[in-house]
Design a protein around this ligand. Structure first.
Ligand code: ADP
Ligand code: MG
Length: 604
């Protein structure tokens, strides 16, 4: 006979299984919702917003471990509701499971207040507008210790003292006050961004840290938080397709960062993430940022509540989309449109009108260098610039169709002149506000890439037969990639066909590329497509990869540029939609402003 293993006093008849008391259950459940002061702030802010508050005041002491309080001027509660609100699974926000499908509020689980009250010394003062008196409730570690009337303004104030005073195991896991405070701020900020119509105040250890007036737009709120120069490097997104709306702001490539700290994404007003969104960001910025750089984004994705599942995670941080493809497309299209926008009028802060250029003469004749090539001044073709004296007409042949779309918010200068080339490579330019160094290869890649992609998008790639068809032998691996991509390549103007084995014949090439070695082009195409992995991306993704690779190979094939070619390039680059980086994301321009020069020379 097998022995019965029994834990507990031998031969005891007392049952070993117990139904846990509400206190214990609440404490355990609390751990899922509340794990640190910041999550208290989150839950209470969400409640305040759900209550329709137009002013919310958050106070923390010692990183929130001593005190967190959130006061709002929202709808408040009557006495009965106030008593119910601290029960588990008590909510005014849904009635039935089906309601979860159409959730419009931030909360709905009815767990937060009960959870917080279970692990702290909790007080709530609440009053409805017009009520004779408000209600005050005090709970300590889940036990109601006081219910009474309170004279308080309409709205709700919840104060949470000594978080986890009765859960030492949790308390031990709290970090330093500074770390906890940093977390609180990180929670606070997204709500502040998502609700510019609401006023927010943050008080830390008795001192006011933030005070934001209600009723501003997102751009004003961003400016209040980050300053105007930051906002100047953002472009407004507002795009809707297939039932998905994307709005907000995205950063120009030159404002990118090495981390994702300035990426704020909201789904139906709720700060939320989804891997899909990050992938879409990567794709939208594919040809604009080098690997390891991340754009600054403040994006609000809005879609029918039924197209979204927010009930994936107790803290609702991650959402699931019912139609992920549509969300992805809307994001990419919206961001692309914003970054390439040819009209500064919808940008957060359009560039100021170009200042009148200084006289192009040397101000100090003794310093003039007689050997410098003749200096010509170029007005940026996209800006309605006052052309500086002596500026040539923008070269019509050099200007792609983009000129028709009017001044670009992204034009890097109102006018400039080529001063020369250093190190046999870098081009030195003077512009209205300083000195610019340009990498002509990167610039050339950008210009070619945009021309090429424009032709591809408009389905009017100009292809030209090669005088001498080129035979290209490839490795088996690369040949496989080219074979897979053959149709796409043909659609992009490459006359490629199989020659047997792993060899191909190329008898035509896109005109934009100029005289480029097809062996180089195909090898580069295979290499970049391979980086995308077997899954690859959309057709557009592949086309951009191909164009990037082809332009790189084409530029490599060029000899050194002559002065008039450099001048042409400068004009073309200024007309580009995204002049600041090459399609691989490397910078094309380095700017040294007069302000910086003055500072460096101590001329303040
Ligand atoms: P949930 O937000 O998921 O409904 P909570 O435990 O956070 O659950 O809140 C329970 C209920 O208490 C809410 O549904 C709401 O009716 C009420 N409540 C909570 N906070 C506030 C507040 N600041 N103002 C008005 N009502 C509130
Ligand atoms: Mg809630």
């Amino acid at each position: 006979m097998r022995p019965v293993v029994c834990y507990g006093p031998a031969m005891s008849t007392a049952p070993r299984i117990r139904v846990l008391g509400d206190h214990v259950i609440n404490k355990i459940a609390a751990g899922e919702v509340v794990d640190r002061p910041a999550s208290v702030v989150k839950e209470l802010m969400e409640n305040a917003l759900d209550a329709g508050a137009t002013r919310i005041e958050v106070e923390v002491v010692s990183g929130g471990r001593t005190l967190v309080s959130v006061a709002d001027n929202g709808c408040g509660m009557g006495r009965d509701d106030a008593l119910l609100s601290v029960e588990r699974h008590a909510t005014s926000k849904i009635r039935d499971v089906d309601d979860i499908e159409n959730i419009a509020t931030l909360g709905f689980r009815g767990e937060a207040l009960a959870a917080i009250a279970a692990v702290s010394r909790f007080t709530m003062q609440t009053a409805e507008a017009g009520a004779e008196a408000g209600t005050e409730i005090a709970i300590q570690g889940g036990r109601m210790v006081e219910v009474g009337e309170a004279g308080c303004p309409p709205g709700t104030k919840i104060t949470v003292r000594n978080l986890f005073f009765n859960v030492p195991a949790r308390r031990k896991f709290l970090r330093t006050d500074q770390t906890e405070l940093a977390q609180v701020r990180q929670i606070f900020l997204p709500y502040v961004l998502a609700h510019p119509e609401t006023g927010f105040r943050l008080v830390v250890d008795g001192r006011e840290q933030t005070n934001l007036a209600p009723g501003s737009g997102l751009d004003d709120r961003l400016a209040e938080l980050y300053g105007r120069p930051f906002v100047a490097a953002l472009r407004r997104v507002d795009h809707a397709t297939a039932g998905v709306r994307v709005r907000g702001f995205v950063g120009l490539p030159q404002a990118s960062r090495a981390d994702r700290a300035e990426q704020y994404i909201f789904v139906n007003g709720r700060p939320a993430g989804a891997p899909l969104v990050l992938h879409a960001l990567n794709e939208a910025y594919q040809t604009l940022l080098p690997r390891g750089r991340h754009p600054v984004v403040f994006l609000f994705i809005e879609l029918a509540a039924g197209d979204l599942d927010v009930n994936v995670h107790p803290t609702k941080k991650e959402v699931r989309f019912r139609r992920p493809g549509d969300v992805r497309d809307a994001l990419i299209e919206g961001i692309r449109a914003a970054l390439g926008q040819s009209d500064g009028s919808s940008s957060a802060s359009p560039l100021p009108a170009p200042a009148a250029p200084p006289p192009p003469a040397w101000t100090h004749p003794a310093l003039s260098i007689p050997d410098l090539p003749p200096v010509r001044v170029f007005a940026c073709p996209k800006m309605p610039a006052v052309p500086p004296p002596g500026a040539p007409e923008p070269d019509a042949a050099a200007e792609p169709k983009v000129g028709a779309s009017g001044p670009a918010a992204s034009a890097p200068w109102a006018w400039c002149r080529v001063l020369g080339q250093v190190g046999g490579l870098f081009v030195v330019l003077e512009t209205e506000d300083g000195l610019v160094l340009m990498d002509p290869h990167a610039a050339h890649e950008r210009v070619l890439f945009e021309r090429f992609m424009r032709e591809v998008t408009d389905h009017e790639v100009r292809s030209q037969g090669l005088l001498m068809p080129e035979t290209v032998a490839m490795s088996a691996h690369d040949a496989e990639i080219v074979r897979r991509t053959m149709d796409l390549l043909r659609g992009m103007g490459f006359g490629v066909s199989e020659f047997g084995g792993d060899t191909f014949v190329v008898d035509a090439a896109p005109v934009v590329l100029g005289p480029a070695a097809m062996a180089e082009v195909l090898a580069e195409v295979a290499r970049t497509l391979d980086e995308g992995g077997a899954r690859g991306g959309t057709e557009r993704w592949a086309q951009e990869r191909i164009a990037t690779a082809a332009c790189k190979a084409a530029v490599k094939a060029r000899d050194t540029l002559k002065l008039d070619e450099i001048e042409r390039l400068v004009v073309d680059l200024a007309a580009a939609r995204m002049p600041y980086t090459c399609p691989h994301g490397r910078p094309t321009l380095i700017h040294l402003g007069f302000a910086e020069l003055h500072r460096k020379f101590g001329r303040t």
